[in-house]
Ligand binder design. Structure first.
Ligand code: DGL
Length: 262
C-alpha cells in the first residue's frame, strides 16, 4: 500500500465546536498558542442560536457534534461556546470520561479581581445566564462586586452577519452596553464567544471599560489538558458547518487572515 503524504496521516487533533462563527475567536487563540496542532472546527449554523433553546435540545446537538469530532480524530474537545458549555459540559464529561473537555465559563473572576468601581457587566445569552456554571462562578468570585448581567440574544446574529457597523446593529449594541456604562461598570465580560467580533462597536459605547475575553485563557487550558503521550501530526485544519458551506468558508478565511468577520 502506498504511504500517504505526511500531511494526510491520521493523527490526534483538537476538536472545537460552536453554534456558529463565535468559536473562531477561541480557535484563533488555539492556533496562536499551538501552531503545530491540527484542529477540527464545527459550526452548528443550522441550529444557531443555541442561547434561547432549552438546554436539553442544545445538549442533543452538542453530543452529536462531539461524536462526529471524536470519529475524525479529536483527542481533546473544546466547547468554544458558553451556551453549549452551560448545557452540556458536565454531561459530556460523565459520558466520555477518558476525553478531556475544555468549556467556556463567563470570565467573572478576572473582572471581579480587577474592577476599581466594584461594578462588572456581563454580556451573554439566556442559556448561559441560567446555567449552573454561571451561578457557580458568581458564588465563587463575585462576592463584594456588583455584577450586572445583560442577556443580549440579537448580538449573536449581528456577529454572524458581520453587521456590527450598521446603524440598526449599533443601536441594538448600544442598548445593551449603555446601561452598564451608566451603572459605572469598568469591566465588561464577553460571555458569548461571538461577542469578541463586536469589540469595536462595544468599545465605541464603553470607551473606558475593559472588555474581558477568556479565549487566551481557554487556549492555555487546551495546552494543559493535551495528553502528553500524543504527538500531533502535521495536517490541515478542517472546518465543518451544518449551514451554508460557501458563506462559512468565506468568514473563516476573513477571520483567520485578518481577525475580522468582514
Ligand atoms: N457562541 C455561543 C456562546 O458562546 C453563541 C450562543 C448562541 O448560539 O446563542 O454562547
Amino acid at each position: 500500500m502506498a504511504t500517504p503524504p505526511p500531511d494526510l496521516l491520521p493523527g490526534p487533533k483538537i476538536g472545537v465546536l460552536d453554534s456558529g462563527i463565535g468559536g473562531l475567536s477561541v480557535l484563533r487563540e488555539i492556533h496562536r498558542l499551538l501552531p503545530h496542532h491540527p484542529t477540527l472546527y464545527y459550526a452548528d449554523q443550522a441550529h444557531l442560536p443555541y442561547g434561547p433553546r432549552p438546554a436539553a435540545e442544545t445538549r442533543g446537538y452538542v453530543e452529536a457534534i462531539t461524536r462526529f469530532l471524536l470519529e475524525r480524530g479529536a483527542a481533546v474537545i473544546v466547547l468554544a461556546c458558553n451556551a453549549a458549555s452551560a448545557a452540556s459540559l458536565y454531561d459530556l464529561r460523565e459520558k466520555y470520561p477518558t476525553v478531556p473537555f475544555v468549556g467556556m465559563e463567563p470570565a467573572v473572576k478576572p473582572a471581579a479581581e480587577a474592577t476599581k468601581t466594584g461594578v462588572v457587566g456581563v454580556l451573554t445569552t439566556r442559556t448561559t445566564a441560567n446555567g449552573h456554571l454561571y451561578q457557580r462562578v458568581l458564588e465563587r468570585y463575585a462576592a463584594g462586586v456588583q455584577v450586572l448581567t445583560q442577556i443580549a440574544p440579537e448580538l449573536v446574529q449581528i456577529a454572524e452577519d458581520g453587521s456590527q457597523y450598521t446603524p440598526e446593529s449599533r443601536a441594538i449594541i448600544r442598548g445593551y452596553v449603555q446601561p452598564l456604562v451608566n451603572a459605572n461598570a469598568d469591566h465588561i465580560v464577553l460571555a458569548c464567544t461571538h461577542f469578541p467580533f463586536l469589540s469595536d462597536t462595544i468599545r465605541e459605547f464603553a470607551p473606558n471599560a475593559t472588555l474581558v475575553d477568556p479565549a487566551p485563557a481557554v487556549a492555555r487550558q487546551v495546552a494543559r489538558v493535551w495528553p502528553p503521550a500524543l504527538r500531533p501530526h502535521p495536517a490541515p485544519h478542517e472546518y465543518f458547518t451544518s449551514g451554508d458551506k460557501d458563506r462559512f468558508a468565506a468568514v473563516v478565511r476573513r477571520v483567520m487572515e485578518s481577525g475580522n468577520t468582514r
